[in-house]
Design a protein around this ligand. Structure first.
Ligand SMILES: [Zn+2]
Ligand SMILES: [Zn+2]
Length: 236
């Protein structure tokens, strides 16, 4: 017990919502922060998994407008919420990977059955360019895949997809510009996978997921499912 106390002193568990030290060690999220989680619930887009505002719609605006080569996507967090934006940036740019332990556990609890039903052979994290990786020291998509892969006992392959082109930051670009920006950015190494789970941190317009799916289908992958931790609300 004593060792546990010392550990807690140096590595206290911080809640991803308020970033304060939490006493709720088991879940890692304070009791009073639970109402702010607002995980993605139904109705959601049948293609990308994004929350949709009108119940009668099957697909979100982006999925009706842009081509989607992947089968289906799922995500946990609503990227339009301020706490989600903040924690995702903290993970990526300030190396606060400990939040991934909490958020991946939440993901697993919510979607245990769903991912089992998809029955993918392998998880493929979306790669980042080598220069970015050197600067950051890690790839957040791999970090997510390792944690979730262990929970579902799905192997993680970090070398099948390669990022061969450094691209402009996507933030300021429209969906169509993003697709053009990403053209030729990824290549897939020949593998015998038929059904794969592509893993990334954030899904916004879906252009990265689309370009990676095309690269994978070009080497004979038949079905591509998308798993992201956070998803935007889209253009409409
Ligand atoms: Zn909190
Ligand atoms: Zn959609």
């Amino acid at each position: 017990m004593k060792e546990g106390l010392i550990w807690d002193l140096f590595f206290p568990i911080r809640c991803p919502v308020c970033l304060d030290v939490t006493i709720s060690k088991k879940r890692g999220i304070c009791e009073q922060c639970i109402p702010y989680l607002q995980y993605i619930e139904e109705p959601r887009c049948k293609k990308c998994g994004k929350k949709i505002m009108q119940e009668e719609m099957e697909y979100c605006y982006d999925c009706t407008k842009y081509s989607r080569s992947f089968e289906e996507g799922i995500s946990l967090l609503d990227y339009s919420l301020p706490w989600v934006k903040r924690v995702m940036a903290q993970i990526k740019y300030q190396n606060h990977r400990q939040y991934l332990d909490i958020l991946c556990r939440e993901f697993y609890q919510k979607y245990e059955k769903k991912i089992e039903q998809w029955d993918c052979e392998v998880m493929l994290p979306v790669p980042i360019h080598n220069s970015r990786r050197r600067k950051r020291g890690f790839n957040q998509a791999e970090e997510i895949a390792w944690r979730l892969g262990e929970m579902w006992k799905i192997p993680v392959d970090c070398s099948c997809l390669k990022r061969v082109k450094k691209t402009l930051p996507q933030k300021e670009l429209s969906s169509r510009e993003r697709i053009n920006n990403l053209k030729g950015a990824f290549v897939a190494q020949k593998q015998s996978y038929k059904k794969v789970l592509l893993v990334d941190d954030i899904f916004t317009t879906g252009s990265t997921a689309e370009i990676c799916t095309r690269a994978l289908k070009a080497i004979g992958v038949e079905q591509v499912y998308i798993l992201t931790l956070a998803i935007g609300r889209g253009t409409s």
